[in-house]
Design a binder for this molecule. Structure first.
Ligand SMILES: Cc1cc2nc3c(=O)[nH]c(=O)nc-3n(C[C@H](O)[C@H](O)[C@H](O)COP(=O)(O)OP(=O)(O)OC[C@H]3O[C@@H](n4cnc5c(N)ncnc54)[C@H](O)[C@@H]3O)c2cc1C
Length: 385
């Protein structure tokens, strides 16, 4: 297993449940320390994809309602979802929104209908009456129209701690951090992965390899040509305040989010948070350099200033740290293009190239489904040996 973010960790746990031994390799000093830690943890019900296809909204909703059960299953015990989740997001309609409130209400209605059509399955442990209230109210701070939704974010820091505890309970999983995978070759009935760590270069032999390396997925896989992908570096800020903030997504376009997690506030103002954008098979050196800038005072302050201007954050807000990560999607253009393929995220699926499994999960939300599908495929390969 290559890459130990949410996708790799859950896939390893799902393999272990099926009795498969796993060597989980990550280049960082600890697991779940990249995009999976830097993100806001929203378990998308499809609402943010109002500019996308109905298929995108439907697939997000389906992945979201499976998120809780599949994580519980992977961890081998139920998560206390209400304890680690935020309040429902307000969807505040920006003056420059690419969709008017009535247009949004139409899309939201079809998401509500879809949820009811699925039989109102539990979402993060709760059966909802609907996904979103279709009648917007006025947000007091900004005077803008706001839809109340039941969409929530889970705290990725707490979820990570639970995942690491679950991994430590699994004797089938061997973790090798500070170890970089450089090449993978399929050799008939097995695969050979070359890795480089503190002790130098070595080879891992396995029945199959599951490649969960996110921004470098597919690189070094013999005979596989990784496609060009939309790779962005996005920053965010973890902050604290004595006054709890509204949990909100600013729609519809390249704006931002304000998330009141239990122990901190997560803030992001997109135009200032976008540090790099490229259309390449894997993140370039320039993209990695840009990521280092996410923690800089300039990037933190630019986001805080923009959000303060709209009066969404209180005066006493203090940054704890700047964070950031890669966001991988499809197509060359960014979300300010109404035709960008980033508005369509129905692309989660699992590919197979010889003995290498490539789970394509474009969101935190879709990782549990992709992990479960990848582990099932690995199980078939191991069983058929
Ligand atoms: C700022 C931000 C906000 C986001 N908000 C949301 C959100 O609210 N909701 C949502 O659904 N999604 C969100 N996303 C997207 C989400 O974070 C990602 O879809 C998800 O975390 C990807 O998980 P992953 O495990 O595939 O990748 P990662 O967490 O990046 O894990 C990949 C791992 O692979 C390792 N790796 C890479 N190359 C190698 C190598 N050669 N050898 C060994 N190891 C390697 C890395 O060290 C890393 O640990 C956001 C992303 C960002 C950056």
């Amino acid at each position: 297993m290559l890459g130990g973010g949410i996708l790799g960790c859950l896939t390893a746990l799902q393999c272990a449940r099926r009795g498969i031994g796993v060597v989980l390799v990550d280049q960082e000093a600890s697991l779940w320390s990249r995009a999976s830690l830097a993100n806001e943890g929203k378990v998308h019900l499809g609402l943010v994809y109002a500019l996308g296809s109905a298929e995108t909204q439907q697939s997000m909703l389906r992945d979201a309602v499976r998120f809780g059960p599949l994580v519980d299953e992977a961890f081998g015990e139920p998560v206390d979802w209400p304890r680690i989740s935020t309040e429902g997001f307000a969807y505040i309609v920006m003056p420059e929104s690419a969709r008017t409130a009535p247009q949004l209400a139409l899309t939201y209605q079809s998401i509500n209908d879809d949820y009811l059509g699925l039989g109102r399955p539990a979402y993060l442990g709760e059966h909802l009456e609907s996904v979103v209230d279709l009648d917007p109210t006025t947000d007091e701070a900004s005077g803008l129209l706001s839809f109340h939704t039941f969409e929530r974010a889970v705290d990725p820091i707490t979820l990570r701690a639970l995942a690491l505890a679950a991994i430590s309970r699994r004797p089938e999983i061997t973790v090798r951090c500070a170890t970089t995978a450089t090449s993978i070759e399929s050799k008939g009935d097995h695969a050979l992965t070359t890795v480089r760590g503190a002790e130098g270069e070595s080879t891992v032999r396995s029945m199959c390899v599951i490649d969960c390396r996110w921004e470098s997925q597919g690189m070094g896989v013999a005979g596989y040509r990784a496609p060009r992908r939309n790779i962005r570096v996005k920053a965010a800020v973890r902050a604290q305040t004595a006054h709890p903030v509204i949990t909100a997504t600013l729609v519809a376009g390249p704006f931002g989010d304000i998330v009141q997690h239990r122990d901190y506030v997560y803030l992001s103002w997109y135009p200032a948070a976008r540090l790099h954008h490229e259309f390449t098979p894997a993140a370039s050196g320039a993209a990695h350099d840009a990521l280092a800038g996410a923690a800089s005072t300039d990037v933190i302050n630019a986001q805080l200033r923009a959000l303060a201007q709209h009066r969404w954050i209180p005066d006493d807000i203090t940054a704890i740290e700047g964070t950031g990560g890669f966001i991988v999607g499809e197509g060359p253009t960014d979300i300010d293009d109404p035709h960008s393929e980033l508005h369509n995220r129905a692309a989660s699926r699992v590919l197979r190239h010889d003995r290498v499994i490539l789970p394509l999960s474009l969101k935190f939300t879709s990782a549990p489904v992709a992990a479960s599908t990848a582990a099932e495929l690995a199980h078939e390969i191991v069983r058929d040996r």
